[in-house]
Design a protein around this ligand. Sequence first.
Ligand SMILES: CC(C)(COP(=O)(O)OP(=O)(O)OC[C@H]1O[C@@H](n2cnc3c(N)ncnc32)[C@H](O)[C@@H]1OP(=O)(O)O)[C@@H](O)C(=O)NCCC(=O)NCCS
Length: 199
Amino acid sequence: MIHYTGTPKIETDRLILRKFEINDAQSVFDHWLSDERVTDNRINAAHKSVSETMERVHKIVNQYESEDFCYWAIELKDTGELIGEIDLYDFDSATDNCEVSYSLGYKWWNQGYGTEALRAVVEFGFRTMNIHKITAAHNTDNPASGRIMSKVGMEQEGIIRHMIRNSKNQYKDCAVYGILQEDYMKHQGSSHSVIVTAD
Ligand SMILES: CC(C)(COP(=O)(O)OP(=O)(O)OC[C@H]1O[C@@H](n2cnc3c(N)ncnc32)[C@H](O)[C@@H]1OP(=O)(O)O)[C@@H](O)C(=O)NCCC(=O)NCCS
C-alpha cells in the first residue's frame, strides 16, 4: 500500500525540494513556464502572462492539503534560486504505481540538477511512500530527459508512436521508462542519499 505523506521537504547535496508558495509565481514564469525551450518538451503551451502562472501556482498550493499530492519546487541551496519543478502523480491504488515528471529552467540545464532531483524523488517514492513502480515518458526528440531517467536506473520499455499531441498541434512519439521498487532496493541497498524532513 502507498504511504502518503504529502510533499515534505527533501534535501540533496545541492538542492532543496520544497512546497511551492504563492510568491514563487514570478520565478516560475521567468525561469521556465514562459520559455518555449522548456515548454516545447511539455504538453501545455508556454505561458504568455504571469497571471496564467499565478493561477497555476494557486492551483498547486491549494492541493497541498491532500496527502496524496507530491509536487516540489526545486531550489538551489547556494543561491536560493527557484530553478524547476518535479512531481509524482497518477497514483494508482490498484497497482501502487505512479508517474514522475519534471522541468528545469534553461539556464540550469546540463549541470546535473535534473538527475539530482529525479534521484531524490525516486528514492523518496520507493523508501518513504512504498511506491511499487515509477514510470515516465519523454518525447523522442528530447533525449536529455531519457538520459536522466537512465542515470537514476529507469529502463526504457518501449516507444509509443504519437502518444501525445502538443500545444503546437504536433504529434510526438514518446519513449516510456520505468523502474520497480524491488530492483531499486536491490541496487541501492541501504544507502540513503537524501534527507527528508516533515516540512
Ligand atoms: C530534462 C531536463 C529536466 C534535464 O535536466 P538537466 O538538469 O539538464 O539534466 P542533467 O544535467 O542531470 O543531465 C542531462 C543529461 O542529458 C544529456 N544530454 C543533454 N542534451 C542531450 C542531447 N541533446 N542528447 C543526448 N543527451 C543529452 C547530458 O549530457 C546529461 O547526461 P550526462 O550527465 O551523461 O552527460 C531538462 O532538460 C528540462 O527541464 N527540459 C525541459 C522540460 C522537460 O523535458 N521535461 C521532461 C519532460 S519528459
